[in-house]
Write a protein that binds this ligand. Structure first.
Ligand code: NDP
Length: 445
């Protein structure tokens, strides 16, 4: 990098203890250097320096009382990263690993992903180091209420519209929405992922997983292939993984593995999704319980080994950096043809380079998992109109959006002489839209 090295150097200096954020910025800057060469006016206007610095970061105390009457204190965050093309939009992650570095990487990626959807949404992310695992419903409710008591001062339907992410599902969104309404006396679309009876959108639950499959299906078809008869390995067994599995199966693929943070299951007969949904969505159980019902399946403790299973298509849908260079090399050696990122930044930079240099079809997260936030934006539209579209209407719009993202990422890559590199294509297409808006809006906005 020539022009943008100084931008990266200052990000490293300013955020020395945030490796995930530095990783996400490095990946983007490395691919948009040709954009800086083509647009000296953007360099002059400091667009690159500005886009890597959040507009606002809110960090707050979240005190709550557990079932034993003991006071607990967590840390809450909202990173309002960029509002050039719309209100901040991005999920809330509840996981013990959460700190500002994780949320800044997620918020930064969200800027470009949201731009790629073609919808008017800026980038943000939030969360807390609270761990919902093992907590009672009442404890989760008290935490969510305390979290929203502070967050409500900083968000709004036209300002910042959070959604779910790891650890934040329908239950948590319900408790947070209830508290927002109690405090503000407003029934507005301030959160997405709401229940269907109170402002939620049909197909939002399925959107990220389905969208990933629509994107990868468009990619495979463009290369003369399809999901029909393919063996697929999917990591995770949460919201994204479950609905990626459902759509992959409907496309005629055989999904043979799923995981959680304890280990992975392998079912040579193909995953029985009804069993997984019962364990994960109804009972909040562990993935190993699958083998109690399916004797042909095996369970292996520890999740990394999932990438040693031979497959045609790998869809990482759990968490960041779950595929390192070694796992990528094993996937390639085992003949993987395509990798689609359902999770955010699941592949390390070295893993991505391994896939690209071996000619694997690689669908990067910013493009491939944008279906969730796109459908969240459709939920916002329905809330504004006080109207609901049918499942089929939302699903058709989602499919259309994912196919357009694929086309736009391909075109941007080709325009800059990097034909077939969707990592570069997605970064460039997303970046250019936001940069144009920032440039038009001037500096002191
Ligand atoms: P869920 O909380 O529903 O599921 C997460 C899954 O990943 C669980 O199976 C969980 O296992 C596993 N997991 C979490 N952390 C780890 C870890 N450190 N190591 C191994 N496995 C882990 O979250 P989602 O399905 O919503 O999110 C999954 C990914 O997709 C995340 O990267 C998220 O940012 C991304 N994403 C989600 C969107 C959405 O609409 N939900 C939209 C776009 C991206 P366990 O139960 O043991 O914790």
């Amino acid at each position: 990098m020539k022009i943008l090295q100084s931008v990266l150097d200052s990000v490293m200096k300013r955020n020395p203890n945030e490796p995930e954020f530095i990783q996400a910025v490095t990946e983007v800057l490395e691919t948009i250097e040709p954009v800086a060469e083509k647009h000296p006016e953007w360099v002059e206007a400091g667009i690159f320096e500005r886009i890597v610095e959040p507009e606002r970061q809110i960090i707050f105390r979240v005190p709550w009382v557990d079932d034993a009457g003991k006071v607990q204190v967590n840390r809450g965050f909202r990173i309002q990263f960029n509002s050039a093309i719309g209100p901040y939009k991005g999920g809330i992650r509840l996981h013990p690993s959460v700190y500002s570095g994780i949320l800044k990487f997620l918020g930064f990626e969200q800027i470009f992903k949201n731009a790629l959807t073609g919808l008017p949404i800026g980038g943000g992310k939030g969360g807390s180091d609270f761990d919902p695992k093992g907590k009672s419903d009442a404890e989760v409710m008290r935490f969510c209420q305390s979290f929203m008591t502070e967050l409500s001062k900083h968000i709004g339907a036209d300002t910042d519209v959070p959604a779910g992410d790891i650890g934040t599902g329908a239950r948590e969104i319900g408790y947070m929405y209830g508290q927002y309404k109690r405090l503000r006396n407003e029934f507005t679309g301030v959160l997405t992922g709401k229940g269907l009876d109170w402002g939620g959108s049909l197909a939002r639950k399925e959107a990220t997983g389905y969208g990933l499959l629509y994107f990868m299906d468009a990619y495979l078809k463009d290369k003369g292939m399809s999901f029909e008869g393919k063996t697929v390995v999917i990591s995770g067994s949460g919201n994204v993984a479950i609905y990626a599995t459902e759509k992959a199966q409907s496309f005629g693929a055989k999904v043979v593995a799923l995981s959680d943070s304890n280990g992975y299951i392998y079912d040579p007969d193909g995953i029985d999704l009804a069993v997984v949904k019962e364990i994960k969505e109804v009972r909040r159980g562990r993935i190993k319980e699958y083998c109690d019902v399916k004797p042909n399946a095996t369970y292996t403790e520890g999740c990394r080994g999932i990438w040693t299973i031979k497959c045609d298509v790998a869809l990482p849908c759990a968490t960041q950096n779950e595929i390192d260079e070694e796992s990528a090399k094993i996937l390639v050696a085992n003949g993987v043809q395509a990798v689609g990122e359902g999770a955010n930044m699941p592949s390390t930079i070295a893993a991505i380079n391994t896939f690209l240099s071996n000619g694997i079809l690689f669908g990067p997260a910013k493009a491939a998992n944008a279906g969730g936030v796109a459908t969240s934006a459709l939920e916002m539209s329905q809330n504004s109109m006080r109207y609901s579209w049918t499942f089929e209407e939302v699903d058709a719009k989602l499919k259309d959006i994912m196919e357009n993202i694929y086309k736009n990422a391909c075109k941007a890559a080709a325009d800059y002489g990097m034909d077939g590199n969707l990592v570069a294509g997605a970064n460039i297409a997303g970046f250019e839209k936001v940069a144009r808006a920032m440039y038009a809006q001037g500096i002191a906005y």
